[in-house]
Design a protein around this ligand. Structure first.
Ligand code: HXC
Length: 519
């Protein structure tokens, strides 16, 4: 064979590999409203940046008729490319090849790029669309999953790991995405569950559809397993690109600072009027977030889950930061099990990747009741407390209004190594609200008043006294627990200056194998 013929053969083999399971299956994939594994990579990566590995790998199984079913690449496309010029490693499961099922060689391909990503110090993005373990390969496939899990675990907190779910992801296969930092699901075409509807029916008798058991809606609003619900795959892929704007390549680097067109000294008069006069009236904390961040850009995570707390990424004068904010618009911003878990995971994610944390506090306390206690709010709330206390990144806290009880301590207070703690003049920092406090402190006196009118007057007087003494930021400021009380309209500028000041902040935790966060 001449050199020219050899080159021609290579080109042909490449073209064949690019067809995955063949034209018919590609059509079937499109008919389901799904892109192919390659089309997804084209949107995810910078144009022309993809370098593929292991295109010629095939499986080694000859059982159950698989000897005649060999496809170059074996159902997963792996390699590296760039996003906004920064290197990322990727794998994209190809459903057109044996349902994207995972074989021994398929797993090896993924492990290869994960190992290299760890050496290079670059993120790994996995696009999942698979029928799970390749049944014909039995235990070899299970071992392949375990090889990937082990790498997910060792890479955790070292390089960002992001998972997109654009098709089936069932059985033990769900645990690789679950071990990564972020999960994005596409609406209607993706699902995740440990056991599917058929097994569920057989074991528990429950009849349930695939969508209701593990669709994008379920996992982004009920279980909290997934962080983003994308209308379609393209939106999901663009979310990944956006997300990386806020993250460093690895835990030894800082997140990328960019040019900012939004003036850092911008004063927002609207903030001086945003807090309602009535303390129990709601407002949308996102209005405050959008006002103070660069160019009103806020990438909210877990938008549909535990809406009483808001988390996500934004920039301040080009500096990426993670934002945690109680949401008075939903359940009065109370801290409950779901909100505590959501925020704790986010705080730890930021801390692992050197992203400063900006916290906006307006929290009436922890949600009372047997459902919360039986669900372990003690342990769940402790997660958030632990996450804040353990975090060594710069931490800036702004108390907007309520900061009551244990929730005050949890939400980035000074004693949990809050670096710069501001309060608005509308802040109320106390052990509990006036009504509860007076019921406890004055219970006996109130009980001894028989006339209703007199009783109400007495309660009102005592509550007023309490509010004047405690429902303000000055008591906390007198003790130095608040560094400064700021005019709301200056918030953007004050946060930016705080973050600039803290750029060189160093803090360490004592040496240990690892902490024992209450799981
Ligand atoms: C081998 C598989 C496969 C698998 C699908 N295929 N899943 N081959 N192993 N796990 C093949 C099919 O035989 C078919 O091949 C082709 O892929 C397309 O599949 P269809 O069933 O025609 O597609 P669709 O109707 O869209 O259904 C998709 C599906 C279904 C819902 C994913 O294929 C399915 O239920 N698959 C099995 C899922 C499963 O139980 N996996 C094991 C989970 S346990 P042909 O050639 O006929 O077109 C697991 C353990 C992991 O993964 C443990 C880790 C610790």
């Amino acid at each position: 064979m001449s050199q020219q013929e050899k080159i021609k053969k290579l080109i042909e083999l490449r073209e064949q590999a690019k067809l995955g399971g063949g034209k018919k299956r590609i059509e079937a994939q499109h008919a389901k409203g799904k892109m192919t594994a390659r089309e997804r990579l084209e949107i995810l990566l910078d144009e022309g940046s993809f370098e593929e590995y292991d295109m010629f790998v095939t499986h080694r199984c000859n059982d159950f008729g698989l000897a005649d079913k060999k496809f170059p690449g074996d159902g997963v496309i792996t390699g590296h490319g760039t996003i906004d010029g920064r290197v990322v490693y990727v794998y994209s499961q190809d459903f057109t090849v044996l349902g994207g099922s995972l074989s021994e060689t398929f797993a090896r391909k993924i492990c290869k790029i994960m190992d290299q990503a760890m050496k290079v110090g670059a993120p790994v993005i996995g696009i999942n669309d698979s029928g799970g373990a390749r049944i014909q390969e039995g235990v070899l496939s299970l071992a392949g999953y375990a090889d990937i899990f082990q790498r997910n675990i060792l890479a955790s907190g070292v390089i960002p790991q992001i998972s997109a779910i654009f098709g089936p992801c069932a059985g033990g296969a769900v645990y690789s995405p679950a071990l990564t930092d972020i999960i994005i699901m596409s609406e209607k075409t993706s699902y995740m569950f440990v056991t599917g509807p058929k097994v569920t029916k057989a074991v528990t008798g429950e009849t349930i559809s695939t969508e209701s058991l593990g669709g994008a809606e379920v996992h982004t609003s009920r279980s909290g397993v997934a962080h983003f619900r994308a209308e379609d795959e393209e939106e999901g892929l663009l979310i990944i690109r956006k997300l990386l704007e806020y993250l460093p390549q690895n835990n030894l680097e800082d997140p990328p600072v960019t040019e900012c067109s939004d003036p850092s000294e911008r004063v927002d008069d609207i903030l001086n009027e945003i807090i309602p006069d009535e303390s129990n009236q709601a407002y949308d904390v996102k209005d405050i977030i959008y006002t103070v961040v660069d160019n009103k850009e806020f990438l909210e995570m877990h938008r549909h889950y535990a809406r009483n707390i808001v988390v996500g990424f934004a920039k301040f004068n080009g500096m990426p930061a993670g934002i945690v904010a109680n949401q008075p618009n939903y359940l009065a911003g109370v801290l409950d099990i779901d909100a505590s878990r959501k925020a704790a995971r986010f705080v730890r994610f930021c801390d692992a990747f050197n992203v400063p944390i900006v916290t906006f506090v307006d929290v009436p306390g922890f949600l009372p009741g047997s459902a919360q206690e039986y669900g372990g709010i003690i342990i769940q709330g402790a997660k958030l407390l632990f996450a804040y206390g353990e975090a060594t990144v710069p931490k800036v806290t702004v108390t907007l209004r309520k900061s009551y009880g244990g929730a005050h301590d949890v939400m980035g207070c000074k004693q949990l190594r809050g670096d710069i703690n501001y309060a608005w003049p509308t802040a109320e920092i106390a052990v509990m609200g006036a009504q509860g406090a007076i019921e406890i402190l004055e219970g006996k006196n109130i009980g001894s008043i028989t006339d209703d009118e007199e009783k109400a007057k007495y309660i009102a007087e005592k509550e007023k006294e309490y509010i004047e003494k405690f429902a303000n930021p000055y008591e906390a400021a007198r003790h130095g627990y608040i560094d400064d009380i700021i005019e709301p309209r200056n918030t953007r500028f004050r946060i930016i200056r705080a973050l600039q000041t803290l750029v060189t902040k160093k803090d360490i935790n004592p040496p240990r194998k690892h902490s024992n966060i209450p799981l």
